[in-house]
Design a protein around this ligand. Structure first.
Ligand code: UT7
Length: 329
């Protein structure tokens, strides 16, 4: 009997309507379109507006469209893994909130926090339940309402982030397609460079923390950049080497969208030619857990059964990793 792999059998994404352009950011902080474009590749990002809306509300339209596309009901889902850094609440898990909103009554679920690498960690985790035979349908969502932790007075961070979510369905595949291999890493050396200062158990919310802007994402951009640019490129190359893949064997490189310069470095390191590198950073910025599933969603129609895809990410923690998968449809 051939090995069962966990294959992506459907994908969908959602970005909110509001477009925050570089021009509008020029009215908020001391920046300009030329700086943002040349340093990051970002032109605009999407923002979820409206009282009482959170990350689960970005996921609902993505998941509902995915279920419709696959022709299944929410009750057929066994497990929901919600990868997010901006959960609706500290608790309960956004996976539970989403399950209620989409009417998934038979699923269990949990949130997974690995910053920008979360979606890859979620895919690797979800795939284990499929490969073991425990589950038949696992929903992995990557989504963030980054605007909820972005300080629009801090030009070093507010130009990068945007809101969005994507979802994939994992199902068993016995044709040799699906998730073939992954290399995933974490290193707490990254804590000082990218974190949220307050709101957790070491520094709960108080008037003081709010006044000091400590509930926003704090990033030392240059330091993070240095780690990201080498680690994301290296881990993508490592997963290729481990699986005897040459650059010409890769149909698509799907990099986390944090900075166009980091994406270019990963493409160079792996030797994958520019037309095979998926990039939508100019329209959405860095949606943290949302970037990779949004890329898969937007390029879905170009993928062919058996295509070799290399997914790669780097994020806060630090966390980073790469997944090799063969597209299944
Ligand atoms: O998503 C996962 C993890 N995150 C990342 O991977 C992000 C990694 N880091 C980056 O992408 C980049 O470091 C940033 C885009 C955040 C910043 O770009 P940079 O090229 O590293 O800029 P910098 O922080 O070194 O700043 C260069 C200059 C500074 O001015 P001086 O000191 O040279 O006069 C900054 O004050 O650019 C200035 N600057 C800006 N100027 C205009 C910083 N932000 C801005 C801005 N507009 N928004």
């Amino acid at each position: 009997m051939s090995k069962i792999h966990a294959a992506i059998t459907a994908v969908h994404g959602y970005v909110p309507d509001y477009v925050l352009t570089n021009k509008e950011l020029e009215t908020l902080v001391d920046t300009n379109d030329e700086w943002i474009t040349t340093r990051t590749g970002i032109k605009e990002r999407r923002i979820l507006k409206g009282e009482g809306l959170g990350t689960s509300d970005l996921a609902v339209p993505a998941v509902e469209a995915l279920l419709k596309k696959r022709g299944i009901t929410a009750n057929e889902i066994d497990l929901i893994i919600f990868c997010t850094t901006t959960p609706d609440r500290v608790f309960p898990a956004t996976a539970n909130i989403l399950a209620e909103k989409i009417g998934a009554k038979e699923a269990w679920g949990f949130d997974l926090q690995a910053a920008c690498s979360g979606f890859l960690f979620g895919l690797a985790t979800g795939s284990q339940f499929i490969e073991s035979g425990k589950h038949k349908k696992v929903l992995v969502i990557g989504g963030d309402k980054m605007s909820s932790i972005t300080n629009y007075k801090d030009r070093a961070t507010c130009i990068i982030f945007g809101d969005g979510a994507g979802a994939v369905l994992l199902e068993p595949n016995d044709e040799g397609n699906g998730i073939i291999d992954s290399i995933l890493k974490s290193d707490g050396v990254g804590v000082p460079y990218l974190h949220q200062k307050a709101g957790g158990s070491i520094r709960p919310a108080s008037h003081e923390t709010v006044d000091a802007d400590e509930h926003f994402a704090y990033q030392e951009g240059q330091a993070v950049f240095k780690f990201a640019v080498t680690n994301m490129a290296d881990v993508a190359a490592e997963v290729m080497e481990k699986n005897n893949l040459q650059s010409e064997d890769i149909a698509w490189l799907v990099p986390h969208q944090a900075n166009k310069r980091i994406i270019d470095a990963t493409a160079n390191r792996t030797g994958v030619s520019p037309e095979k590198v998926i990039i939508n950073i100019e329209r959405y910025g860095n949606t943290t857990n949302g970037t990779i599933p949004l890329c898969l969603w937007e390029w879905e129609s170009k993928f062919k059964k058996g295509d070799n895809l290399i997914l790669a990410a780097f994020g806060g923690g630090f966390t980073w990793g790469s997944i090799y998968l063969k597209w299944a449809y």
